[in-house]
Structure formats: structure tokens, C-alpha cells
Design a protein around this ligand. Structure first.
Ligand SMILES: Nc1ncnc2c1ncn2[C@@H]1O[C@H](COP(=O)(O)OP(=O)(O)O)[C@@H](O)[C@H]1O
Ligand SMILES: [Mg+2]
Length: 322
């Protein structure tokens, strides 16, 4: 409704500025303990938005509120501009969701599982079932019972369930949870394809390496609060370090440690020298080494991984981060 009248929305897989999912000062309290505590998020059309946080951070609670499954204690969630509590009937048909484990019938085939959900939605055509099954890469296995599926296949069937009504927005709660590396790669490819088809994807995770590769933007929450909202590049920028290969690493270490910015330099077991530099500029290192008569063979900048960013931003002394 909202998007189809806008010329840029139909084909672009990139964010367009239209906010598709928004939380406003969202709060959910259980007893006196806030599970979600004043959360403001804005997800734009066409994004793959990563919703990150350690276990217990409030991700599932937020998603349950976004789907109208539980009511906020305060604040609100809007999807496609409509409040999910007051406009539930209009909003929900535009949204597809997978919360943690998909509720599948293990003794039915993949196709029959989709058909059963379709029946609840008012019936779906065989052509639609075919389309969804090939979208999630289950064509060929669709007549087999789900209990013979790998976990990755079950998760993809769960995404298939979410896709049945051809939603604008996909909300996926830890879809990579428990998957082996091959399953994670398949899930990642699937989400990329869906984004390329113009879906907006909101994906929660504590599997950070995963999200780093596919998300256009991420929000990190901890203890129910937003820690940061940024592009992945923006999160890691300026927090990397240089890895230096040089003939005499011990002498190089001394030379760098004598710089006003070099106190944290160190040698690693592989003989490389690790150091930060002012404004992340390698020339400071090259200059300091040259002054000491040392010339680097390699000077490489290494971005901080999202895992490291996440620990830096959310460490709260509880050891909860996994
Ligand atoms: N129904 C509930 N009753 C009481 N506490 C809850 C309930 N659901 C979640 N919580 C608490 O809220 C916090 C956030 O949980 P959750 O949203 O499941 O986190 P996440 O999905 O990020 O792991 C946790 O401390 C959890 O124990
Ligand atoms: Mg959860």
C-alpha cells in the first residue's frame, strides 16, 4: 500500500529512506524487571537489519511485541506506518515471521507443512507452494517428511512459512541458531536473495560473524537498551590495528613503544608486530621504523571484527556474552 505508489520502492534492494519498522520508546517489563527498556529503532525498506545482543538482551521480547504477540508496557511498534496493536489486522498480513524454532509437523512433508499454514491463511495455490519451495531451496525434497530434514532445511522451511503470504517485511529471530557452517551459508544466501527481491529483513542474532557479512545496518542491544545503531563498517572503523612484518621485530617493537602513541604495541607469537597508529594512518608506523633504520616488509590494517566490537560495547561484567 505504502510503497507501491513510490517509484523507487518496487525494484531497489537498497534502503530507500522509508521506515518500514519503527519502535518508539518501547518498554516491556516483567514484574519490575525491564526486558526491553526504552528502545528506539528505525528499519528502512530494503535493509537487512541485524538486531544483535547477548542472550537475555531483549531481542525475542522486542520481536514478540513487533508481531503483536505480547503488548508493550509502554511505547509502541509501527510496521509500514501502522501501530501493530491498534492495526493488527492490517499490519500482520504484510509481515512474515520466524521465531526461534519453526513450529513444524515432523510427520508431514515440507510441502504439506506449507499447505497446512496456507490453509490457515485462507488457502494457497500449488503454484505459490512451488514458488516458495524453490525460493528456500527445498524443491526436490518437498515430498519428504520433515523429520528427515537437516536442521538447516527445517529452518529454511520455517522461512518458507514466513514467505507464504509474500510479505513486505520478514522478521527472523535467530534463524541461524544451531545451524552448522553449511547451514549458515545456505541461510545467508537465502536472505541475500530475499533482500535482492526487495524484502526488508529484520534478523536477530548472537551469531555475529554471520550478520557482519549480510547486514546493511545493525543495532546492538544489551539489557534491553540500545547500545549502538550503525552500519557494520561504521562500527569497526577506527578500532582496527596494524599488523607489521619486519626483519627485526624486537627492535621494531622498541621503536614503536617509544612513540607517544605506541605504548600498546605488542609482538604476537608469529613474530608480527601489532600496533594502533594516530588516525589509523600507517605512515606514522613507517616513519617511526625508518627513523630507527628499520623498514617494514608488510604493513597491513586489520579491522576489528564485529565479535570484538560487540564485546567492547556490551561487556557488562556478567559474562553473559556468548
Ligand atoms: N515471559 C517472561 N517472563 C519473565 N521474564 C521474561 C519473559 N520473557 C523474557 N523474559 C526475560 O526478559 C529478558 C529478555 O529476554 P529475551 O527477549 O528472550 O532475550 P533474547 O531474545 O535477547 O535472548 C531476559 O532476562 C528474560 O529472562
Ligand atoms: Mg531470543
Amino acid at each position: 500500500m505504502v510503497a507501491d505508489t513510490q517509484p523507487y520502492a518496487a525494484t531497489s534492494a537498497k534502503a530507500t529512506g522509508e521506515v518500514v519498522l519503527r519502535t518508539r520508546d518501547l518498554v516491556k517489563r516483567y514484574g519490575t524487571r525491564p526486558a526491553v527498556n526504552g528502545l528506539n529503532l528505525a528499519v528502512q525498506r530494503g535493509e537487512i537489519f541485524g538486531f544483535l545482543g547477548p542472550n537475555g538482551a531483549g531481542k525475542t521480547t522486542t520481536i514478540r511485541m513487533a508481531l503483536g504477540l505480547i503488548t508493550p508496557t509502554a511505547g509502541s511498534v509501527e510496521i509500514l506506518g501502522q501501530d501493530v496493536v491498534t492495526h493488527r489486522a492490517q499490519v500482520l498480513p504484510r509481515v512474515g515471521a520466524l521465531i526461534e524454532q519453526p513450529a513444524l509437523h515432523l510427520y508431514l512433508s515440507g510441502r504439506d507443512n506449507l499447505r497446512a499454514v496456507g490453509a490457515i491463511l485462507g488457502g494457497v495455490s500449488e503454484a505459490r507452494l512451488d514458488a516458495v519451495l524453490s525460493q528456500v531451496g527445498l524443491k526436490g525434497r518437498d515430498h519428504d517428511r520433515v523429520r528427515t530434514y537437516s536442521l538447516g532445511m527445517k529452518q529454511r522451511l520455517g522461512v518458507g512459512v514466513a514467505l507464504l503470504n509474500d510479505p513486505d517485511v520478514l522478521i527472523l529471530d535467530e534463524p541461524a541458531n544451531g545451524l552448522d557452517p553449511a547451514g549458515i551459508v545456505e541461510m545467508r544466501d537465502l536472505l541475500r536473495q530475499l533482500a535482492a527481491q526487495g524484502k526488508t529483513i529484520f534478523i536477530s542474532s548472537h551469531v555475529l560473524g554471520e550478520v557482519q557479512q549480510i547486514c546493511t545496518r545493525v543495532a546492538i542491544i544489551n539489557l534491553g537498551r540500545l547500545v549502538t545503531e550503525s552500519t557494520v563498517a561504521g562500527l569497526t572503523r577506527g578500532h582496527g590495528e596494524f599488523v607489521v612484518r619486519v626483519e627485526n621485530p624486537a627492535a621494531a617493537l622498541t621503536a614503536i613503544q617509544h612513540q607517544p602513541w605506541g605504548a600498546s604495541a605488542r609482538l604476537e607469537a608469529d613474530g608480527t608486530l601489532h600496533t594502533t597508529a594516530p588516525q589509523s594512518q600507517g605512515r606514522y608506523i613507517a616513519h617511526a621504523l625508518a627513523e630507527a633504520g628499520l623498514y617494514p616488509d608488510q604493513l597491513n590494517y586489520q579491522e576489528e571484527s564485529l565479535e570484538e566490537v560487540f564485546l567492547r560495547l556490551t561487556s557488562n561484567g556478567t559474562g553473559e556474552v556468548r
